[in-house]
Design a protein around this ligand. Sequence first.
Ligand SMILES: Nc1nc2c(c(=O)[nH]1)N[C@H]1C(S)=C(S)[C@@H](COP(=O)(O)OP(=O)(O)OC[C@H]3O[C@@H](n4cnc5c(=O)[nH]c(N)nc54)[C@H](O)[C@@H]3O)O[C@H]1N2
Ligand SMILES: Nc1nc2c(c(=O)[nH]1)N[C@H]1C(S)=C(S)[C@@H](COP(=O)(O)OP(=O)(O)OC[C@H]3O[C@@H](n4cnc5c(=O)[nH]c(N)nc54)[C@H](O)[C@@H]3O)O[C@H]1N2
Ligand SMILES: [Mo]
Length: 763
Amino acid sequence: MPHSPTSLTHWGVFSAEIVDGDIAAVNPPPDDADPSPLLGNMPGSIRHRARITGPAVRRGWLRDGPGPSTERGADEFVAVSWDELTDLLATELRRVVDTYGNEAIYGGSYGWSSAGRFHHAQSQVHRFLKMLGGYTFSRHSYSLGATGAIMPRVVGTHDDLFKRSTQWDVIVEHTGLMVCFGGMPLKNTGINDGGTSAHPMRDALRRFRGRGGRIVSFSPLRDDVDGDCQWLALRPGTDVAVMLGLAYVLATEGLADREFLDTHCTGYERFERYLLGHDDGVAKSPEWAAHISGLSADTLRALAHRMAAERTIVTVSWSLQRTRHGEQAPWMGVTLAAMLGQIGLPGGGFGHGYGSMNEPGLAPLRCRLPSLPQGPNPVRTFIPVAAVTDMLLHPGEPFDYNGLRLTYPDIKCVYWSGGNPFHHHQNIPRLRRALGRVDTIVVHDPYWTAMAKHADIVVPSTTSFERNDFSGSKNDPLLVAMPQLAEPYADSRDDYTTFSALAERLGFGEQFTEGRTAWEWLVHLYEKWAAGLDFAVPSFAEFWAAGHVELPTDTGLTLFEDFRADPQAHPLGTPSGRIEIFSEDIDSFGYDDCAGHPRWYEPAEWLGGERARRYPLHLLANQPASRLHSQLDGGATSQSSKVQGREPVRMHPSDAAARGLADGDVVRVFNDRGACLAGVVIDDGVLPRVVQLATGAWYDPADPADPDSLCLHGNPNVLTDDVGTSSLAKGCTGAHVLVEIEKFAGPVPPVRAHEPPVIRTLR
Ligand SMILES: Nc1nc2c(c(=O)[nH]1)N[C@H]1C(S)=C(S)[C@@H](COP(=O)(O)OP(=O)(O)OC[C@H]3O[C@@H](n4cnc5c(=O)[nH]c(N)nc54)[C@H](O)[C@@H]3O)O[C@H]1N2
Ligand SMILES: Nc1nc2c(c(=O)[nH]1)N[C@H]1C(S)=C(S)[C@@H](COP(=O)(O)OP(=O)(O)OC[C@H]3O[C@@H](n4cnc5c(=O)[nH]c(N)nc54)[C@H](O)[C@@H]3O)O[C@H]1N2
Ligand SMILES: [Mo]
């Protein structure tokens, strides 16, 4: 069997065996200590039946022309030639721009696509749309929507929290106690945006424990920390109350570091008034926190004492900010760490996202990576990324965002490449109605995802295995060559080729391509990058032959070390230059859902509220252990996790017994927004009244014509609420939703999510 040279995905370096134009087997490199199980999804992915074989246009769109339609997602497609597709697309983009202006194109196009610096789907589509005259864009991410708005105001940065986080080697050597809100699940650390060459966390935890380090895991799930830890199974959504309870002990027992708070922070006194109950008459005591979280007050008090006595790092997982009022958990996490006074000390302080991604704890590159220049966007209109449905449903309406008063544009054309809104967005029934309102939806994807099935113009992309590229990431020492492993499948094309032809037709071909082939771009991007470095790297030819180049990294980092040592010389990027426990700016916005200091807000979707009477189970819609989001859901690792073909829903034995459910049963998971099927896995490592259903099962409506249809496969986003974190960030809140579960009566229908739609060759 022919062996490919080494290549890269978001989940790691690999080499593949190629047979008949497809991946037959994948091997990790010998020096990856903990390769990702996601490699197992790759065999068979190039010729999978869900691949889009050629350009296609929705029948109703061809028949009636552009316009709102309720047929999207239920209609048939017509196969067209690349020439026809290019003509139709160019004519439609021209029409929209000439009639409504460039603002009427939504090109936010969120999504992870594939690793690769040149063929990066977002870079390609954004470069193209900018040269077309611009588009309405999006800010922030589904990953870190709340963090992206709040943390720059609190610690003056968002990126550096991860990129320059306290490194594993420092934690192993110095930390006594890791207090982890949201646990530290290894399952998530297989992944890094852009790729990763090594997975050191499992080994770091082994060394940490070997030195006597201890872990406290606040999580509704036992397996959010692998191996020995103190598991404190709190009610989901109550972490901020618990942090306040711990802070109360520090404040009232003389354990808070007043000097650090005076010299490095602002606004602690304002916050303390709230903490002690001087503002609202409610002391945020451990007893108060225990009542909300379901934990014991004594446990919290004892933990606070331990935290003050030891070198402690407080970590907050990203999941905690993907909920209503998600701004509060990272803000309160920093506040708690500031009260301990250990921010900037080796192995102490604050961390955000250990166990969320491979990046935190890894050494950052000392240089940037090569990247495709995109140029400026002439259109200034934007939305916070998770407001996409709101935007489509409420054109012309004003909304609050991060101190600004913005207006939703009137979108006529949605242009998507490299992401899957039917994976990432909340309340799919509402999303489907919103998608019905625009004139035209364009989707580039290698696969017939639900988003492609809802498109009017479907553009078949290659996968990263079918083209030459290179990739790397901010916290990884290797830039890795990604040589083409197979010929482009059927009539698919690289997004670059599609955009080049389209730009040519629209009159800016030369500007888009700069006269380069894809291969010439790789050489050019590498050489331009190499020329700007202050150290020498091999020539492009040498790099390509070797398969990678190793780049220098900064080792031994502790987050905010310089700031701690000298806050005058190294101020934070906040208005005060300090940690803002109270933010005058946020306070001045006057939001009723995000005050000037961190505080506890009761969420709508939690077990302590009114809604839990109707929907008594708290569903965690977390990241899947068996794939990256919806990618390669048809692959072996993902498929082997399914139960009767459905996504597994984990639940406590007592909740299963109360509903007469056994392991392996198919159930209906529902609330007033929607319903999906799932397969029961009984697990006493799940807190009672909590259930867990990962994202990423491809949306599979029983009746494609009905936006409210039951999803037969187990996509939790038919259930989640499409409401922003707060007026500050309007971030994604998909992590939590209340549901009820019942046994599914009757014969279990087949899953058709990975079947292509009907495609006619004649009109
Ligand atoms: N309920 C709930 N919802 C969530 C989350 C949650 O925790 N709970 N998590 C959120 C988070 S953190 C994220 S990041 C999002 C992820 O949401 P997405 O990033 O949208 O999900 P992916 O499945 O990675 O979608 C990537 C798509 O790009 C396609 N693709 C791959 N390579 C190429 C290429 O070269 N060209 C083109 N054109 N397409 C390509 C893939 O086939 C796939 O369809 O989901 C969010 N949604
Ligand atoms: N295998 C795999 N890894 C991935 C991804 C993937 O799709 N697959 N996606 C990647 C991406 S894009 C991102 S942004 C990151 C996301 O990283 P995270 O958002 O941190 O990941 P999640 O798995 O959603 O959540 C982590 C854990 O938080 C716990 N949790 C949920 N709610 C609460 C709560 O209210 N309180 C407490 N204490 N714990 C809670 C859940 O039990 C869950 O297992 O993951 C990355 N890693
Ligand atoms: Mo993410």
